[in-house]
Design a protein around this ligand. Structure first.
Ligand code: PGA
Ligand code: ZN
Length: 429
């Protein structure tokens, strides 16, 4: 018996934070040890992502995963039988070749990523270690700097405002637990501020407040006030981070800011964002231009890339080749790392490695459709990604991740230390 050989792969339908079906996979090894993982799901997806296999039709709005589960229990289980779970690249290669399509649409990115992550969990369990330690060892592990949503928007809030995520980064916090403490106070203050102004209307998909604002910029004004109301200095203790998710409202170099009743071209959007950088303590901007506007991304990076982090999400879709090419072109200076955009852990890791090789930042990220699965927290720590984005500070699919990071912090030699300031050089005062 070889303890790490895969003996059984079992897929089942479970449910995500939007009440949609998703894929859970449980991998059992010869030794009886098991690993389990659940696929997340995006709503503002990049066109170059691995695609989920959904059933279509009437049931569950077409989001059924019957075919993806059948792929796990049929072809995937047969292919992986006897493979060595401790050799993740070899297992992932089997999955990629078995699917055989560039977008993983035959077996489904959802089926593949849940399987790939479950294999890693099984291998870690066989080694008797938590996944983060199995991946990265103990010595250099530090917790990632958290990026946490306060207001939702875009595709996660019925397009109530155009900008998708208004987030904070506790740039002045001494450790991870303090970053969460401060963010909790800002989240609380933001809720009270919304209520006082008659704008409290529940929360969006990722737990940030539903954005009852008159325009996009008003969200920034409220966010600065919330930071101040909570007793912190904006830009010093707590800074602002945006995910513009511009692919959702722009195409062919034209952008429709519906909430502001404004149409702008690529230059106009750059100019608007530069104005925000002047007026607000913003340290990070994701997808400032659409995925089909590389010239705009290059121009924006040339103008703003020395003073803020510019993250590519839809444009880079966790793809090592795209990261390397963008680094050569000077588009963006950081990558968002979403395992289900790539489809396997090996490809996800390659995208992160490409970012590190380019001297870029990297942010491991959840999706807007999530579950209790906390794999990404282990990846961020084990792979040394240094930043983590999982949505807001409410809803248990989000809090499960923050809480897991607190537990990992306790187990670390470095006790939950954040990365050194040099690892996040933006907005230092
Ligand atoms: P998604 O959005 O998970 O809905 O695709 C998250 C993001 O754009 O970062
Ligand atoms: Zn994004």
């Amino acid at each position: 018996m070889n303890a790490t050989l895969i003996r059984n792969v079992n897929g089942r339908k479970v449910w995500d934070s939007r009440g949609r079906p998703t894929v859970e996979v449980e991998v059992s090894l010869d030794s009886g040890v098991r690993g389990r993982a659940i696929a997340p799901a995006g709503a503002s997806t990049g066109s170059g992502e691995a695609v989920d296999l959904r059933d279509g039709g009437k049931a569950f709005g077409g989001y059924g995963v019957g075919r993806a589960i059948a792929a796990v229990n049929g072809e995937i289980a047969a292919e992986l039988n006897g493979a060595d779970a401790s050799n993740q690249p070899a297992c992932d290669r089997l999955l990629i070749d078995l699917d055989g399509t560039p977008d993983k649409g035959r077996l489904g990115g959802n089926a593949l990523i849940a399987t790939s992550m479950a294999i890693a969990h099984a291998a870690a369990a066989a080694a008797g270690q938590p996944l983060w330690r199995y991946l990265g060892g103990d010595e250099n592990a530090i917790l990632p700097l958290p990026e946490i949503q306060i207001f939702g928007g875009g595709a996660h809030a019925g397009r109530r405002v155009d900008i998708q995520d208004f987030m904070v980064i506790a740039t002045g916090a001494a450790d991870f637990a303090q970053a969460l403490d401060w963010t909790a106070e800002v989240y609380l203050a933001a809720g009270a501020l919304m209520e006082r102004n008659g704008r409290l209307a529940g929360v969006a998909d990722e737990g940030g407040y539903w954005p009852v604002f008159d325009g996009n910029e008003q969200a920034l004004e409220f966010l600065v006030r919330a930071i101040e109301d909570a007793g912190y200095t904006p830009g010093k203790d707590v800074s602002i981070s945006l995910d513009v998710a511009a692919s959702e409202f722009g195409r062919g170099g034209r952008y429709r800011l519906a909430r502001d009743e404004r149409d702008v071209d690529s230059d106009g959007l750059c100019e608007m964002l530069m104005g925000w950088l002047e007026r607000y303590p913003i340290v990070s901007i994701e997808d400032p231009l659409a995925e089909d506007d590389p010239d705009g991304l290059i121009a924006f990076t040339r103008t703003a890339g020395m003073r803020v982090q510019i993250i590519g999400d839809d444009y880079l879709v966790t793809n090592a080749g795209r990261v390397a090419a963008a680094a050569r072109d000077g588009a963006c200076n950081a990558v968002l790392v979403k395992p289900n955009q790539a489809g396997t852990l090996t490809e996800t890791r390659a995208a992160l490695d490409a970012a590190v090789a380019a001297g870029w930042g990297a942010v491991v990220s959840a999706r807007s459709g999530e579950t209790e699965d906390v794999t990404i927290v282990h990846l961020a720590v084990g792979w040394g990604a240094r930043q983590l984005k999982v949505g807001s500070f409410a809803r248990s699919e989000r809090m499960a991740k923050w809480n897991e990071a607190l537990r990992i912090g306790e187990a670390l030699l470095s006790q939950g230390r954040l990365p050194p300031a040099s690892a996040f050089p933006w907005g230092q005062v």
